[in-house]
Design a binder for this molecule. Structure first.
Ligand code: SF4
Length: 334
């Protein structure tokens, strides 16, 4: 298993060129499908990658062919040196992207503009103040909405991520789509996924098929199917003559593992070759011992399972979450 030129491939020949780096396990929200009710135990700073380690590891991945880096968390922007890390990573030959909950965006807008950041994902699970505050267990609705408008005014490509939960926000499906009528945003409906501590039950999820059946019933022939980009996790659509678009990310009911190109690096320096995989490789300890991490990266990805980390069935998915085999969402970064 040689790194042929600049490529990280797995045993199925999938090329992995997209690295998702979790900058922190901390967050200023407490979304109930992500963060366990009791929160997660805060660990000493020494456990986590410092700024230099993040940059060094990122450079190693880039030398192995990574062309896109997404920063996630917890909430990446709560990290005290987030600006420096964003600026340093923007100097690498990669497409840089960020997923944020939007609360602190106004503090970063100049940094985003200065590095030429084009696209930004903001979590927005409801357009209703009281409900969003209930889902996030914090009172930031107004701040998040004004920051989303700030990003739109500054011509960023804004993607809005909503985890669809039955009986919670699935009733807002058409409101989310109507939000794209006059606003050039891309609303993405994410299927509820099982993670440690989020009491996952697929009965609470809304499948890709159900979402599209509802939308087709409501909008009929005005629903247009858009071309998906290579390796896209989303199935993209728009309503005719609307400014924006929408998509569904169906990891549970209609997975897209065939074209997976994603690698995850957790804030404590572990590589996950799949979001649902229970196995991880510690590259931070190796880095701190001055050992070669390239080999660890190539091996970890080579051993990747073909499908959902080996969780072929719903039962396996549920078991993995309920028996705390995987991490909490906040400790992976999605
Ligand atoms: S479930 Fe795992 S293999 Fe499938 S698309 Fe997600 S990260 Fe890739």
């Amino acid at each position: 298993m040689e790194s042929e030129g600049k490529q990280i491939t797995d045993q199925f020949g999938r090329v992995h060129n997209y690295l998702r780096i979790s900058l922190t396990e901390r967050c200023n929200l407490r979304c109930f499908y992500c963060m366990p009710e009791e929160g997660i135990a805060l660990r000493p700073r020494s456990v986590f990658m410092n700024k230099k380690e993040i940059i060094d590891v990122a450079k190693t991945f880039v030398s192995l062919g990574v062309t896109k880096i997404r920063l996630t968390g917890g909430e990446p922007l709560v990290r005290i040196d987030a600006k420096e890390i964003i600026q340093a990573l923007s100097e690498l030959p990669v497409e840089l992207a960020i997923t944020t909950n939007g609360v602190l965006v106004d503090n970063f807008i100049d940094t985003f503009k200065s590095i030429g950041l084009k696209s930004i994902n903001v979590s927005l699970d409801s357009l209703q103040k009281e409900k969003l505050n209930r889902i996030t267990r914090r009172e930031y609705f107004d701040k998040i909405m004004s920051n989303i408008n700030l990003l739109i005014q500054n011509k960023f490509h804004v993607k809005l991520n909503a985890v669809l939960l039955r009986g919670v926000n699935d009733c807002e499906l058409f409101d989310f789509i109507e939000f794209t009528k006059k606003k050039n945003v891309h609303f993405r409906f994410i299927e509820f996924m099982p993670f440690n501590g989020n009491k996952w039950d697929w009965q609470k999820g809304v499948s890709f098929k159900e979402v599209m059946d509802r939308i087709d019933l409501q909008y009929g022939s005005s629903v247009l199917r858009l071309e998906d980009r290579k390796n896209d996790t989303a199935k993209n659509f728009m309503i005719k003559n609307y400014c924006g678009t929408f998509a569904v990310i169906s990891s549970v009911s209609n997975p897209f593992c065939d074209t997976c190109n994603r690698i995850r690096l957790t804030a404590d320096g572990k590589i996950k070759n799949c979001l649902f995989s229970n196995s991880e490789t510690d590259i931070l300890s190796a880095l701190r011992e001055g050992k070669d991490i390239q080999h660890l990266i190539l091996e970890t990805i080579n051993n990747k399972k073909s499908f959902r980390g080996g969780m072929d069935t719903f039962k396996q998915l549920a078991d993995s979450a309920h028996r705390n085999k995987n991490r909490t969402m906040v400790a992976i970064g999605g």
